[in-house]
Design a protein around this ligand. Structure first.
Ligand code: NDP
Length: 447
């Protein structure tokens, strides 16, 4: 089996060897999906995984814009349209200086499996720019978004490709992007998700990724007759996903003791309760400050510069910042300190060594493509509401979100449980996500 996987990866490397994050995401899928393909005759001779690894279309474009000093700046824009076998391309836009082809292709590839798992009719895509929103004025952000959309609008549409937010793209950016799309196309359609409530957005969309990650942790714990109540939780990041993961974990009776950003992490032994979280939301979303400022407001907490939170003691870890933020040695430290649940809010936050350490230890470990699918699932619900021209209530959306997260959990059990009852959620998520897309591709012929 190993030789078959190695041979497949060698071929992928010949074409994509300079894209390490993409190679990593493909390797993780190949390890579980290739054995499954070999066991299922219908996929033989179809070269199906190779077809899934190659994007249907990649668009890159110049984004020129003028800053507040009158200087002309140039960034690069991207949209990866990875797979549309089961629905229009769907996936976020990331604005961050590290954005490149490798990162967006890994995100688009993961998105295909994730969207399939949600049970909603959504293909996979991802896009963004190497633009850094940090330190930019609202006017600069607006001018950049407008320039970005003057090219992107040709490639998207409510039945073609529906982008959303990701790192560096929140409600403010979606607003500017949507305004420009509407102006260019002269139509009010659901072409972006994560919109404001008064102009086509869905209740619970901002909360959905973080809430879903915690719902997934709760579902895993339930298989052991346990729950989030009383658990000590490490959260990384302090953006959208981290904030709402903290909120839901706290609501379910857990104590969240860390948050972080790219400068370091804060540790608050008393827990980050609702009042402290409200402070963090104001700090990060309105003042656009740094997490280190938390300790000025709450002096009993401490800030550790340049480090991630994974060497602190906990029961549950929720990585919610970015890819490869949790390495093999961090996984070992977590396990040594008693952590037995990891539910990923970010995309591919654990490197391959960390993933293997969690799987070897047989803890409750959920890969992001399963545990953070609540965000895109609620985006799918936003698309449905836009098509129906209706708004569902908070309770209706939250109930559907819980149902979808439960269904994803069941799908992981279906394909990931072994004869001793242990659930390999990586295997379960990869195979369940693969089957729906692969079957649709087979039905649609070689295109
Ligand atoms: P935000 O931009 O709101 O927040 C990102 C957070 O991660 C910030 O605290 C940021 O800190 C931190 N971060 C980013 N890069 C690094 C880095 N290199 N090292 C350490 N910390 C870093 O993004 P989101 O919360 O939306 O996204 C977080 C993760 O969740 C991403 O992996 C994203 O792909 C994933 N995700 C998001 C979804 C959504 O609905 N928003 C849906 C599914 C997955 P700093 O401010 O210092 O950069």
């Amino acid at each position: 089996m190993k030789s078959k996987i190695d041979a497949f990866m060698k071929e992928i490397e010949a074409r994509n060897g300079l894209e390490p994050e993409f190679m990593q995401a493909v390797q993780e899928v190949a390890e579980t999906v290739i054995p499954y393909i070999i066991s299922q005759e219908i996929y033989h001779g179809k070269n199906i995984l190779m077809r899934m690894v190659e994007p249907e279309r990649v668009v890159t474009f110049r984004v020129a814009w003028v800053d507040d000093q009158g200087e002309i700046c140039v960034n690069r824009g991207y949209r990866i349209q990875m797979n549309s076998a089961i629905g229009p391309y769907k996936g976020g836009l990331r604005f961050h200086p590290t954005v490149n082809m490798s990162i967006l292709k890994f995100l688009a590839f993961e998105q295909v499996f994730k969207n399939s798992l949600t049970t909603l009719p959504m293909g996979g895509g991802k896009g963004g720019s190497d633009f850094d929103p940090k330190g930019k004025s609202d006017n600069e952000i607006m001018r950049f978004c407008q320039s970005f959309m003057t090219e992107l609008y040709r490639h998207i549409g409510p039945n073609t490709d529906v982008p959303a937010g990701d790192i560096g793209v929140g409600g403010r950016e979606i607003g500017f992007l949507y305004g420009m799309y509407k102006r260019l196309k002269n139509e009010f359609t659901g072409v972006l998700t994560g919109k404001g409530i008064s102009w086509g957005g869905s209740l619970i969309r901002p909360e959905a990724t973080g809430y879903g990650t915690v719902y997934f942790a709760e579902s895993m714990l339930k298989t052991k007759g346990d729950s989030m109540k009383g658990k000590t939780v490490l959260v990384s990041g302090s953006g959208n996903v981290a904030q709402y993961a903290t909120e839901k974990a706290t609501q379910l009776g857990a104590k969240v003791v860390t948050l972080s950003d790219s400068s370091g992490y804060i540790y608050d032994a008393d827990g980050i309760d609702a009042e402290k979280l409200a402070y963090v939301m104001e700090l990060k979303n309105v003042k656009r400050g740094r997490i280190s400022e938390y300790v000025k407001q709450y002096p009993s907490a401490n800030f550790t510069k340049g480090k991630t939170p994974w060497h602190e003691k906990c029961d549950v870890a929720l990585p919610c910042a970015t890819q490869n933020e949790l390495l093999g040695e961090d996984a070992k430290a977590l396990l040594a300190n008693g952590c037995f649940v990891v539910s990923e809010g970010a995309n591919m936050p654990s490197d391959l060594d960390a993933v293997h350490a969690f799987l070897d230890a047989k803890i409750l470990y959920a890969p992001g493509k399963a545990s953070n699918a609540g965000g895109v699932a609620t985006s799918g619900l936003e698309m449905s509401q836009n098509s129906l021209r209706m708004n569902w209530t908070r309770e209706e959306v939250d109930t559907k979100l819980r149902e979808i997260m439960n269904n994803i959990h069941d799908a992981c059990i279906k394909y990931g449980q072994d004869e001793n009852g242990y659930v390999d959620y990586v295997k379960g998520a990869n195979i369940a996500g693969f089957v729906k897309v692969a079957d649709a591709m087979l039905a649609q012929g070689v295109v």
